[in-house]
Design a protein around this ligand. Structure first.
Ligand code: GLA
Length: 393
């Protein structure tokens, strides 16, 4: 089909007018050729931004899983576009920082509940469920909790967990009881991370048992999870399976496994499905959550994470459209595939909008765009692809 720019149209009309004028006054005997004036073509404008209908994202997966987002209290003010999006489109939230021990219990015997309470109120006022994250994580363990003999440490950890889990009992549907306790070392003799918690337990993984037992006592109805990253890789997954198997064999109350899924545009949906399917095959009845999903626009080598070398150059404001398209297709395939996996009952994105994502600072400072809303809070092709099977990004 021919298309005409406004300039072409003007030329045609002028030309047609000249022929008509010639026909009237030119004195020629032959009849003028018929002139067809094309219909006006509207000026080309960028396609309208996609706007999901009220509740569309969470409703689309309501029979499959909770649709979650990590959020922080600084995003909860009245003008916050992120809060408005979460209230409208998500059925679950996770506190990005506010439910970690360094925030809740900065010093022994002092609790700082306000930030966590604010998030809890926001969730409850908007009919949103809350995932608790995380009771034990080596990065956010306050020094006071780790000092003393293993027995003293056990008492401090169990008191902390009893107090936190009891405070929110019945209001948090799942807690990440332990986060990132598996080693990244593929040649390690045992699967456990050598962390400050390992040391404080007396050079063993007993703290994991203490934590799960205390959480179960404090809230018997809450689902207790072990959460980790890189479960899309077979080695890490094998070690995680070994630990869960051991916990189950000793009747330590673990109900679920969280896959963080910080992946990138070079990852495949099949990697995500392999992670979920392997766990489903190993452990009948263990529920699975995707807990921190984001898709970086950079496919970095391992060295970028270990010593910040070899990282892909910063795209700045010019992230290629092809990358945003690949990201959309990957998001679409992941959500489509997770729908059919019955053990998955919660999928959380690690943030709402690209501007706020931790990946703008990790592993290096660089403009990243790993989420479903952009820096202007407009829905990205990824969200449209997830929600509309006929949409081609
Ligand atoms: C890990 C933690 C999260 C968060 C991210 C980075 O994945 O589990 O709580 O801190 O790192 O933001």
């Amino acid at each position: 089909m021919l298309t005409f720019t406004p300039r072409d149209r003007l030329k045609l009309i002028a030309g047609g007018a000249a022929v008509l004028l010639g026909g009237c006054g030119g004195g020629s005997n032959s009849s003028p050729p018929p002139v067809t004036i094309p219909p006006p073509v509207p000026p080309t404008s960028p396609p309208a931004a996609f706007i999901p209908t009220a509740g569309q994202f969470k409703d689309s997966f309501a029979t499959n899983f909770q649709v979650g987002a990590a959020i922080q209290t600084s995003q909860l003010n009245a003008e916050s576009e992120a809060a408005a999006i979460v209230a409208d489109q998500f059925s679950s939230i996770t506190a990005e920082f506010e439910m970690k021990p360094d925030i809740i219990a900065p010093s022994e015997g002092t609790y700082n509940w306000d930030p966590a309470d604010q998030l809890m109120d926001f969730a409850e006022n908007n009919g949103i469920a809350v995932r608790g994250h995380a009771l034990v994580w080596h990065v956010t363990a306050p020094d006071w909790m780790l000092s003393g003999t293993p027995d003293e440490v056990k008492t401090k950890l169990q008191t902390y967990i009893a107090d936190v889990v009891t405070r929110y009992r019945g209001r948090i549907y799942a807690w990440d009881v332990v986060n990132e306790v598996i080693t990244d070392d593929d040649s390690a003799a045992d699967p456990y991370r050598r962390s400050n918690w390992w040391a404080a337990s007396g050079g063993n993984a007993d703290y994991i048992d203490w934590a799960f037992e205390a959480a179960r006592t404090a809230d018997p109805g809450c689902r207790l999870h072990i959460n980790d990253y890189s479960t899309e890789f077979a080695g890490k997954r094998r070690r995680l399976i070994e630990v869960v198997r051991d916990l189950q064999n000793r009747n330590i109350p673990v109900d679920g496994l969280g896959h963080q899924m910080h992946i990138n545009v070079g990852s495949t949906a099949q990697q995500v499905f392999d992670a979920v399917d392997d766990i489903e095959n190993e452990f009948m009845g263990l529920e699975q959550h995707i807990t921190e999903l984001d898709i970086s626009v950079y496919s970095d080598p391992g060295s970028c994470f270990s010593n910040q070398t070899g990282c892909q150059a910063d795209y700045g404001a010019n992230i290629p459209e092809s990358i945003i398209r690949d990201q959309a297709l990957l998001y679409r395939d992941i959500f489509e595939g997770l729908k059919t996996r019955m053990s998955v009952n919660s999928v959380t994105l690690w943030g709402v909008d690209d501007g706020q994502s931790w990946l703008n600072r990790f592993p290096v400072n660089r403009t990243n765009a790993p989420l479903l809303w952009d820096r202007e809070f407009e829905a990205k092709p990824a969200l449209q692809a997830i929600l509309d099977p006929n949409f081609t990004p």
